[in-house]
Design a binder for this molecule. Structure first.
Ligand code: GLV
Ligand code: MN
Ligand code: MN
Length: 412
């Protein structure tokens, strides 16, 4: 039985963590930023040194192939990977693990003389974290990128995708050209840290992902009246921020009450205008995110929250506008990929459990074009999207070996 090298994988994880490293630990490496572009160059060099053919598509997705130097319907590949961009003040494993364990698995297959019937390809998808638009690179690859939306795609701080990509040497308007030929991917499997605490609490080393949540985001804009914060009597104020805050608290309760145990919601972006202490806020903006594994529940929560926003606005005598920003739908993972992961875990004597993914992943886009699935390893303390995100070295090694066996089984 072939095995991956834990030492080589850990040293690559440490090397990649240097790009965008923060003084107190963790990384900030948003897609197209200088640290990301340095990490991309490093990754391509590592892939080449590992004996893979490399290429980069029009959406900035990076590929390393064993037995393939491009994607074509004539020679479908088994694809694995994840992303090397991170959230601001993020951890070193969210994304990086799946890319580097994929590289390690493909390198181990090559060095071990495996001769799979289908080529193995490792990929790093662009902007998985969605600074400029959710799951950008895999969306382009799967032919799901709306070309007409590209000129207006922008980060929450206003930076436009076209400018960020141009700075990194890419033409954003060409990104839809990254769409893969139909039938070019035989199967996709992605290794990721769980990012929650279910595996660790259950003492189970391998999660077999059966579905991935959908995520909906909207910008909720509240318009009240800017006024003198000393002289305007409290009863006369039309405070846009207090309406936004009232809505946020009520929407949280609504999702908890009506969404079942698996739906969650977050308000991670708040802007208040003009943003000075002696003016009653005249305008406030929230980015409202909702997630869940059930499409019908997510849809009804969305409708209920929109109605709630109108009620709050009427009660507080302000205007409100709900602008949809993005929507991904919950995706099931392919039974064949799940079975391959189960067999690989059992072959290594590892306990496994089926679970849904509460985070979004590129694998949900891939599910539209091929048989797609994921496996998870435990996250220490369930921590993720924070600088102290971690998994044990032994857990990482187990995950890489299960990934290797899964890839070889899928490649035939
Ligand atoms: C991806 O990290 C997500 O936000 O689920
Ligand atoms: Mn993430
Ligand atoms: Mn991720």
């Amino acid at each position: 039985m072939l095995s991956t090298s834990r030492a080589r994988l850990e040293s690559r994880i440490a090397a990649l963590a240097r790009f965008g490293a923060l003084p107190g630990g963790g990384v900030t490496r948003s897609c197209w930023s200088p640290p990301h572009e340095e990490a991309r160059a490093w990754l391509i060099a590592e892939m080449r040194a590992a004996g893979l053919k490399t290429w980069v598509d029009a959406a900035g997705n990076v590929f390393g192939g064993l037995g393939a130097d491009r994607l074509s319907a004539e020679r479908p590949v088994v694809l694995t990977g994840s992303h090397i961009d991170t959230v601001p003040e993020g951890g070193i494993l969210d994304g990086a693990l799946g890319v580097l364990a994929g590289l390690e698995a493909v390198q181990a297959a090559r060095e071990g003389g495996a001769a799979p019937a289908r080529p193995l390809v490792v990929v790093a998808w662009s902007d998985e974290e969605g600074r400029y638009g959710s799951l950008f690179g895999s969306r382009a690859f799967c032919g799901r990128l709306d070309a007409s939306a590209i000129p207006t795609m922008a980060a929450a701080d206003g930076e436009r995708l076209v400018d960020a990509m141009a700075r990194a040497g890419f033409d954003a308007l060409k990104a839809p050209g990254a769409a893969a030929p139909a039938g070019a991917v035989h199967a996709y499997v992605e290794l990721h840290i769980e990012q929650g605490a279910r595996l660790e609490e259950a003492g189970i080393p391998i999660g077999v992902v059966d579905s991935i949540v959908g995520v909906r985001r909207s910008r909720v804009v509240w318009r009240g009246q800017a006024d003198h914060a000393g002289t305007t009597p409290m009863a006369r104020r039309r405070d846009a921020f207090l309406a936004a805050a009232d809505y946020a608290l009520r929407a949280r309760d609504l999702v908890v009450e009506r969404g079942g145990e698996r739906s969650v919601t977050n308000f991670g972006v708040v802007n208040v205008h003009p943003g000075v202490s002696n003016i009653v806020p005249g305008r406030a903006e929230l980015v409202h995110e909702m997630r869940g594994p059930d499409a019908a529940t997510l849809e009804s929560l969305w409708n209920d929250c929109t109605a709630l926003a109108r009620q709050v606005a009427a009660a507080r005598d302000v205007g409100v506008e709900v602008r949809p920003l993005s929507a991904t739908t919950p995706a099931p993972c392919a039974e064949r990929v799940q079975q391959a992961v189960v067999k690989a875990a059992e072959g290594r004597g590892l306990a496994w459990q089926r679970m849904y993914s509460a985070a979004g992943h590129d694998a949900q886009n891939l599910a539209a074009v091929t048989e797609s699935g994921m496996l998870f390893i435990p996250s220490r303390g369930g921590r993720s999207h924070r600088v102290d995100e971690a998994s044990d070295g032994a857990a990482i090694e187990r995950g890489a070996n299960v990934l290797l066996d899964t890839l070889l089984a899928l490649a035939g």
